[in-house]
Design a protein around this ligand. Structure first.
Ligand SMILES: [Zn+2]
Ligand SMILES: [Zn+2]
Length: 231
């Protein structure tokens, strides 16, 4: 297959009833990386240098903050702040202001965990169609068992269809059909939900249609933590 990663999670989630198995895999990758950045391993010089350079995005900072190693996070942020302080030059004219803001944007809109997730996920997106090519059971049972994918992950899998080799036609037909079917079903649930707001309608919406806006969010954007609901 040529992509030296464990296929264990692919086998596990391409059986399940979830809306997108790739989101489940991404969550595991993200959790493992967060654990890594809260462990002793990140105190090694090479890792520290990467954290200093890239830092963490807001959602990954929050994820680390919610973890058990506040000291580890503080030590990493201490050296990261050194770098940002270093970049924050004292200036006194508009031309320099433009240069400074660009430099700060380039150096603060970065995240070491996002980069690493992307690195691992890129390999998963290639491995799924490759496994579809290599393994009859995966092709005929597991891949057929999934409902569909969130839109960002559907796109990534379709982009890698050539990795399914001689089965790429079958891979594309199956995945596009699945995506259309699952979106059509979602649209029906959304429509049923809107009908529940009509006072003439006496029937209660089904469980699926009540959850349809949440499913819509997952399907369009991917499965990651929701902000707390407003009462
Ligand atoms: Zn997904
Ligand atoms: Zn991030």
């Amino acid at each position: 297959m040529g992509y030296n990663i464990s296929t264990m999670y692919i086998w596990r989630y391409f059986n399940s009833e979830c809306e997108c198995p790739m989101c489940k895999i991404k969550q595991i990758v993200e959790r493992d990386l967060a654990d890594q950045y809260l462990s002793e391993a990140v105190m090694e010089d090479a890792e520290r240098a990467k954290v200093n350079k890239l830092g963490f995005c807001a959602s990954h900072y929050d994820l680390l903050y919610a973890g058990r190693n506040k000291l580890g996070l503080a030590l990493q942020m201490s050296t990261r702040l050194n770098r940002i302080i270093d970049l924050t030059k004292i200036i006194d004219d508009d031309k320099k202001a433009k240069k400074l803001t660009q430099k700060l944007k380039d150096n603060t809109e970065t995240c070491i965990i996002c980069d690493k997730i992307e690195f691992h996920m890129e390999r998963y997106f290639k491995t799924v169609p490759a496994l579809y090519h290599d393994d009859t059971k995966f092709r005929e049972q597991n891949f057929n068992a999934v409902k569909g994918f969130c839109y960002p992950h559907f796109i990534r899998l379709v982009e890698n269809s050539s990795k399914a080799g001689k089965y790429s036609k079958q891979f594309l037909e199956t995945i596009t059909q699945k995506e259309r079917d699952s979106l059509t079903k979602l649209k029906e649930e959304i429509d049923e939900f809107t009908l529940a707001f009509d006072y003439r309608n006496k029937t209660l919406p089904s469980k699926e249609s009540s959850a349809s806006l949440k499913t819509c969010r997952l399907k369009v954007y991917g499965d990651f933590p929701l902000p707390p609901e407003r009462k």
